[in-house]
Design a protein around this ligand. Structure first.
Ligand SMILES: Nc1ncnc2c1ncn2[C@@H]1O[C@H](COP(=O)(O)OP(=O)(O)OP(=O)(O)O)[C@@H](O)[C@H]1O
Length: 456
């Protein structure tokens, strides 16, 4: 499709979107990250931020394009995508006296204006990732040999590959062709923008990307694959020590995303298949395809359509589209239940949700019934109790009653003093303000509706 044609389409869709939703606030997820220096094989690794500079020709990206015409188109596409990034979301200012208590460890970034972000503040470090050519990916994966395919999700095929320096990587090739090209590129930039900023031992690490003949991410390889494959797809039982380590790792990773990352990131798709395990079973949160950056002063997002994975969706999210940190906290609780029980979030045969099944057992503290029979008695009872209590708090149907990730990390570690504190966190929103009737009967209705959706 010609770029001009695409720009027209983008403009058109912007107007339709605006008209449809009559919303006034932009999706905060900035799209400028691609314009930070990208190291190519022969680049000089110079560092600057072209989106902050009026002279686009000085973009480091332009020094080593894989292919000049495709690069030119790509650059234009980025510009059009930036225009398109006026995706509207509604925000309900639920709290008049919203507290900004998050800025603890790192200075947070404030938008220059409502729509601009000061890239100088964001792009402090030289990136450790680079732009790959398609030929480099072909060489690494033996021409995307099916034997090298290590995973397949709803949006991508993932191949194991080896780079010339001997490093093993995972190459994620985006495959979802149902979407319009500009929407796919926009999603790619959004995911890239987020993953490139994430820097934590418990989050997937980017090695590079490629937009030459398809959209690809090049990621650090996690040799044990996903938690889902180990919990549900393996004959061998994942022992408790590893399960506990994984639970702690995910908690640390989420705490970083919510509190300590240069921006406040909500993952929105925490689930067992999106947790990868390194050689030493260090959990790595992956797949930032649905992740959102939330400005500091927003209590939450309202999103539509609801995306994510059934079984992990918090009630306020699947009923009302409300997204904030507690969306991830709920999903984390479901994940803890999977780790404890060895059952899937939604049982494949009965379609029963693990939350519905586990709640009464958790209330009675029935360890015998709830613990994965494969584990036998081979687990630390104190740790198990802690994980059960933590899971129970995370899956509370009222989001404000769920602890925030910082507190959950401490609960999991066994800081008893913290267990005494009331749940919630800095962004506590009162239920009255929310105008959500989450009595237990309405919650049951919610769950029934959730289940019906599953059966459809
Ligand atoms: N870095 C990696 N190392 C090892 N295996 C990986 C890596 N990244 C992905 N995989 C494997 O590929 C699978 C699919 O990857 P991913 O979840 O990123 O794809 P997706 O299409 O975005 O998934 P979804 O359907 O959740 O949107 C993972 O569950 C995992 O088994």
């Amino acid at each position: 499709m010609a770029v001009e044609e695409m720009e027209k389409k983008i403009k058109g869709s912007q107007e339709t979107e605006l008209h449809k939703n009559d919303l006034s606030i932009e999706d905060p997820s900035p799209r400028c990250v691609l314009e930070i220096p990208v190291m190519s094989s022969d680049s000089d690794n110079s560092s600057s931020c072209s989106s902050c500079s009026p002279d686009k020709s000085s973009s480091p990206l332009s020094t080593t394009p894989p292919n000049v015409s495709s690069f030119h188109q790509w650059n234009k596409m980025i510009e059009s995508i930036k225009k398109k990034s006026i995706r509207r979301f509604s925000v309900i200012p639920l709290l008049a006296s919203y507290e900004l208590t998050r800025k603890k460890k790192q200075p947070k970034l404030s938008p220059c204006s409502e729509n601009d972000f000061d890239c100088d503040q964001i792009l402090v470090a030289k990136p450790s990732w680079r732009n790959f050519t398609f030929d480099e990916l072909v060489a690494a994966t033996d021409n995307f040999n099916p034997e090298n395919m290590i995973g397949k999700g709803g949006h991508a095929e993932v191949y194991k590959g080896v780079l010339p320096d001997g490093e093993t990587v995972a190459i994620k090739k985006l495959t979802r062709h149902a979407k319009e090209v500009e929407e796919r590129v926009s999603d790619f930039l959004s995911e890239l923008g987020i993953i490139a900023h994430v820097n934590h031992p418990n989050a997937a690490r980017l090695r590079g990307f490629s937009c030459d003949r398809g959209l690809h991410f090049v990621l650090e390889y996690s040799s044990h694959g996903s938690l889902a494959s180990l919990l549900f797809g393996s004959e061998e039982c994942l022992d408790w020590k590893k399960r506990y380590k994984v639970a702690m790792g995910i908690a640390d990773g989420l705490s970083y995303l919510h509190n300590d990352c240069p921006r406040r990131i909500i993952h929105r798709d925490i689930k067992a298949s999106n947790i990868l395990l390194s050689q030493d079973y260090e959990a790595q949160i992956s797949d930032f395809g649905l992740a959102k950056w939330l400005p500091e002063h927003w209590p939450h997002h309202i999103v539509f359509p609801i995306e994510g994975t059934f079984g992990y969706l918090a009630p306020e999210y699947f009923m009302h589209g409300i997204v904030d940190e507690k969306t991830d906290v709920f999903a984390f609780g479901v994940l803890l239940l999977e780790i404890i029980t060895g059952r899937r979030a939604v049982d494949t045969d009965s379609r029963q949700s693990i939350v519905m099944w586990a709640k009464p057992l958790l209330e009675k503290n029935n360890m015998e019934e709830i613990v994965d029979p494969q584990l036998g008695n081979d687990f630390d009872e104190t740790e198990m109790k802690r994980v059960m209590q933590t899971a129970s708090m995370c899956i509370h149907h009222v989001s404000t009653m769920r602890p925030d990730m910082n507190r959950l990390v401490q609960l999991l570690r066994g800081d008893d003093q913290l267990a005494e504190q009331k749940p919630g966190g800095a962004r506590t929103v009162s239920l009255d303000d929310c105008d959500l009737d989450h009595t237990s009967s309405s919650y049951l209705n919610d769950l029934t509706r959730h289940r019906q959706l599953l059966m459809e």
